[in-house]
Design a protein around this ligand. Structure first.
Ligand code: 9Z3
Length: 329
């Protein structure tokens, strides 16, 4: 008897010590990086925003790519392709329900909510110096009015926060999750940002601009996987959605399932680089569901369908959470 209970306890203890090791690694990782100067100002703004939106659910949407500096006095950095379309378009569809307040954590200069509708706008504007008036061509006026109206109506439900580097992103994400934790299952995390897996530790980084007098070899370390502590400790009751990007269709599902197992969250949205604008797979522990639109459709955006789907899942998640809590009482 004593033996069999020992056998049960051992894997749990091993698991716990591996989580503690991982947490320790992440803590050390953060300690070597420099905190963004405006971190506490961001926290205070986010706190006020959540207090002003107590009657709503909160979704934290991350968007755009992170930079990885090559020098402390940064002239060069490594970046990635993400334009922030997925994240910024999704914000607009969350607003359609009137039930969500959105914290939009995005890469500076990547797409912002509503901004894509203003593409090519300049060529439709005319300045008349005699009357000091700006005229908008009739062709785009109705659409412009519609978008500006929506922007006005939703402005108190949107908080925009920017990052540029990988370390800014990670510090701000950690701070925001600490703030969101008490809101429990009402919080959704929609992690669409394309975050670097590699970085150059500050101690190994050149201080000044690297001289171009020969070939260059750089050594990157792995960024520790923060999704596990995020799901387990930072926001244990929130509905967490991560995105998985691959360039090989054959390994996409397997990688998404691997992420679910590893991090223990609820949903992975898997997409392939070249088809991401018209096809995604929503993967949970029990099933997978494909969402696909006609690539030639210029009426429908895939984010509309993704957001409607994840809102339904979030509602069920909140109900389950409520039931479990009432059973505990
Ligand atoms: C995504 O997969 C997003 O859907 C895209 C959106 C970045 C592809 P765009 O900004 O593109 O509209 O141009 N985001 C997550 C990508 C990512 O880095 N995921 C990590 C991974 O795949 C896991 S968290 O390893």
């Amino acid at each position: 008897m004593a033996n069999s209970s020992n056998n049960n306890v051992k894997p749990i203890l091993q698991q716990q010590s591996s989580i503690i090791d991982e947490l320790d690694k992440i803590e050390k990782f953060f300690q070597q990086l420099q905190k963004p100067k405006n971190l506490y100002e961001i926290r205070d703004r986010a706190h006020r925003f959540c207090q002003q939106n107590l009657d709503r659910k909160i979704v934290l949407i991350t968007s755009g790519g992170t930079t990885v500096p090559m020098e402390h006095n940064t002239v060069r950095f490594i970046d990635n392709f993400s334009a922030g379309t997925r994240g910024s378009a999704s914000v607009e569809y969350f607003f359609d329900t009137n039930k969500y307040a959105v914290i939009f954590l995005y890469r500076q200069k990547s797409l912002e909510p509503f901004s894509r509708h203003f593409d090519g706008l300049l060529s439709n504007l005319k300045y008349d110096p005699t009357n000091d008036r700006i005229e908008v061509s009739e062709k785009i006026r109705p659409k412009l009015v519609q978008i500006l109206t929506k922007m006005n109506e939703t402005s108190n439900r949107l908080l925009k926060i920017t990052f540029t580097t990988l370390s800014e992103y990670l510090f701000i994400l950690r701070e925001l999750t600490a703030l969101l934790k008490p809101y429990e299952s009402r919080v959704m995390l929609y992690l669409a940002a394309a975050v670097s897996d590699f970085y150059i530790p500050p101690d190994n980084m050149a201080v000044h601009k690297i001289h171009s007098n020969g070939p260059l070899r750089l050594h990157f370390e792995m960024v520790p996987k923060i999704l596990r502590p995020l799901v387990k400790f930072w926001v244990p009751d929130a509905f967490v959605i991560s995105f998985k990007l691959e360039t090989e269709a054959e390994i996409l599902l397997e990688k998404a399932r691997e992420a679910l197992n590893r991090y223990g969250h609820k949903l992975v949205i898997a997409n392939e680089l070249n088809t991401r604008k018209w096809k995604v797979i929503l993967v949970t522990a029990d099933e997978s569901e494909e969402i696909e639109i006609d690539p030639n459709s210029n009426q429908l955006e895939i984010e509309q369908l993704i957001v409607a789907n994840v809102i339904r899942r979030h509602e069920k998640f909140i109900d389950n959470h409520r039931e479990q809590n009432s059973l505990k009482k």
